[in-house]
Design a protein. Structure first.
Length: 103
C-alpha cells in the first residue's frame, strides 16, 4: 500500500511539472503575439483584428487553426498564416488555452 501511495504522489508531481512546463512554453510562444496583440491580449493588432483576450479558448483555437490552414481571417490573414505555420496543432491548442487566461 505504501508503494502505491508513493507512486501516486510521484505521478501527481510529474503531472504538475508537465502542466507547469506546458504553461511556460505557451507563455513563451505568446511573447511573439504580444508585440501586436498586447501583453494581455487587450489590443486590436495593427488596429484590424479582434481583441483576442475576449475571444475565449474555442474562438482563439478556431482562429489559429484557421489561419494555419487558410480558412480564417480577413485583412491579417497572410501575416497570421506566417506566424502560425511552423506551430504544431498541439502548440496552437496550448496557445489558445493560454490566451484564454489573459485578463
Amino acid at each position: 500500500m505504501k508503494t502505491t501511495n508513493t507512486m501516486i504522489k510521484g505521478l501527481v508531481l510529474v503531472g504538475a511539472i508537465l502542466a507547469s512546463s506546458s504553461a511556460m512554453a505557451s507563455a513563451d510562444l505568446y511573447k511573439k503575439c504580444a508585440g501586436c496583440h498586447g501583453v494581455h491580449g487587450e489590443r486590436k493588432a495593427m488596429g484590424k483584428s479582434k481583441v483576442i483576450a475576449s475571444m475565449g479558448e474555442d474562438g482563439v483555437k478556431t482562429a489559429l487553426h484557421g489561419y494555419k490552414d487558410g480558412t480564417y481571417g480577413g485583412a491579417m490573414k497572410g501575416l497570421m498564416k506566417g506566424q502560425v505555420a511552423r506551430l504544431s496543432d498541439a502548440e496552437l491548442d496550448s496557445l489558445a488555452k493560454y490566451i484564454a487566461t489573459l485578463k
